[in-house]
Design a protein around this ligand. Structure first.
Ligand code: CMX
Length: 458
């Protein structure tokens, strides 16, 4: 179908049948063994979640419905009005891929783009009022979580459920409505938050119903030349590049399989039949943790600090020395290493390629230069150091410093942009949770006595 809802309607019967069959005939098949180490080690290596749209390969990195980032870049439709040869695909195309498993046609992508823009044009009055009254210095992620949670008042799912008029087979349709409204509201919400931080709450740009989701995020951050205050004095070309950076960034941070904190939290809260707004607001709270979404700002601080202590960003010797000094004082190199990945993060590679495709723009930026050079030097140093299982750059190595380059320099705000993107994977899963009628999540926990007895300790 030309719209997402009808495309899903066509897919649902066969997919439901598939899962039903697995449940009926293969529920006893063993997935793996759970160890005591995993129970006290954050469930590491314990495969125990069902997640539809993405999976993480230790060598290849993330795959979206089985497709690598490169394949997505080649296949997913971009903005038909964008004529730049270096254009990025639309996150809206990615959302379609996540939801359905299929590459959307140009028309399907354009329709979803229009649908989100039309749903996102206004946010609920109460939410708007609330956002206007938040303390200007409140943490941006707290603002985002509050804004999202407040939209629960407009949840179609919650309203119908409350009325007691909802049959289980219809859950997904209202969840889909809410999920699309939530994703659609993120440009306005993040724009409101940024204006609270940098402009005393006064709008920085306009929302355009005829433009795509990332364009509207950029415009409401004041980062386009036409529809915003353009406080960074960007040229036409720079502003266009920024929108493409936004499309790229938000297109590839949508999901990282199910076990990461933001995705898992959304799924867990949603499993208690919380509506999408409450569920993703909780996911946002999880994303705000320094071991998860906040790492990008660490890298930016690190690059700026190193640059202030070395004579030139091309001085290989000094960079090596700086890294060894860091490692010898038992600190980590920010932006390197990963819990699961064992190669350079393909998301990092995509961000690096964005900079490399625009040499004139980034030539004079010492921090971006250092980021590029570091990605050659640091892996060698970390290999010699010999501790980290993955000496390669992770996603956070490049993203923050590129936003910083264009003038988004309020580091706590980076995670809000991450939060715009990350909505897409977990919202997709929530819709499918309702389609499949998955139950409330309830793992068994073990107390100290149970652990000791399993280990034959007295
Ligand atoms: N610099 C120095 N040492 C590192 C390192 C790095 N970048 N990454 C890992 N190590 C060390 C660990 O501290 C650990 O040392 P000990 O044995 O002394 O404790 C050892 O190498 C083994 O760790 P690991 O199994 O390779 O890595 P973990 O799964 O424990 O941790 C991560 C993964 C990301 C937390 C870690 O690599 C790290 O701290 N990196 C720097 C911070 C960072 O970039 N975070 C962003 C993560 C982005 C993302 O999750 O997508």
């Amino acid at each position: 179908g030309p719209d997402l809802r009808s495309a899903l309607k066509e897919l649902i019967p066969a997919r439901k049948q598939e899962l039903l069959e697995i449940k009926k005939n293969h529920s006893d098949v063993k997935v793996g063994d759970i160890t005591v180490g995993s129970v006290i080690g954050g469930m590491r290596g314990n495969s125990s979640m069902f997640w539809q749209s993405t999976s993480l390969d230790p060598e290849e990195g993330i795959r979206f419905q089985g497709k690598t980032i490169q394949e997505c870049q080649a296949l997913l439709p971009s903005d038909p009005e964008e004529h730049d040869a270096k254009k990025s695909f639309l996150p809206e195309s990615m959302l379609w891929l996540l939801m359905t498993g299929d590459i959307p046609s140009e028309t399907q992508a354009a329709n979803l783009t229009r649908e989100l823009a039309s749903r996102g044009r206004t946010i609920p009055k109460n939410t708007n009022k609330l956002m206007e009254n938040l303390p200007r210095d409140m943490h941006p992620m707290t603002q985002l979580a509050i804004g999202l949670a407040s939209m629960n008042q407009s949840s179609q799912f919650a309203k119908r459920y409350e009325q007691g008029a909802l049959s289980k087979t219809d859950y997904w349709e209202y969840t889909l409505d809410d999920a699309l409204n939530l994703i659609a509201a993120l440009p306005a919400l993040s724009g409101k938050i940024y204006s609270n931080i940098v402009n005393d709450g006064k709008p920085l740009g306009e929302f355009r119903e005829d433009r795509d989701w990332s364009y509207n995020i950029s415009s409401l951050l004041g980062m386009t030349t036409k529809d915003s205050c353009n406080r960074q004095n960007l040229s036409e070309e720079q502003a266009n590049d920024f929108v493409n950076l936004m499309r790229l960034y938000t297109g590839i941070h949508v999901d990282h399989e199910g076990g990461n904190v933001s995705a898992h939290t959304t799924h867990l809260v949603g499993s208690a039949l919380g509506d999408p707004f409450l569920s993703y607001s909780s996911g946002i709270m999880g994303l705000a943790g320094p071991l998860h979404g906040l790492a990008a700002q660490e890298v930016v601080r690190f690059l700026i600090e190193m640059n202030s202590e070395i004579s030139s960003e091309t001085s290989t010797d000094e960079i090596e020395k700086y890294l060894w000094k860091l490692l010898d004082s038992k600190r980590v190199v920010p932006g390197y290493g990963h819990a699961v990945l064992r190669k350079p993060d393909p998301r990092f590679t995509a961000m690096l390629e964005f900079a490399e495709a625009r040499p004139q723009e980034f030539e004079k930026d010492k921090n971006v230069k250092l980021m590029q050079i570091l990605s050659k030097i640091a892996p060698e140093v970390l290999k010699k150091h010999g501790k980290t299982k993955n000496p390669y750059p992770n996603v956070d190595s490049a993203s923050g410093i590129l936003f910083y380059h264009y003038g988004i320099q309020e580091m706590l705000f980076f995670t809000v942009i991450f939060g715009c993107s990350r909505s897409m994977g977990p919202m997709t899963q929530l819709v499918w949770d309702r389609i499949f009628g998955l139950p409330i999540e309830r793992p068994k926990s073990l107390d100290m006595n149970a652990l000791k007895s399993l280990c034959h300790m007295s």
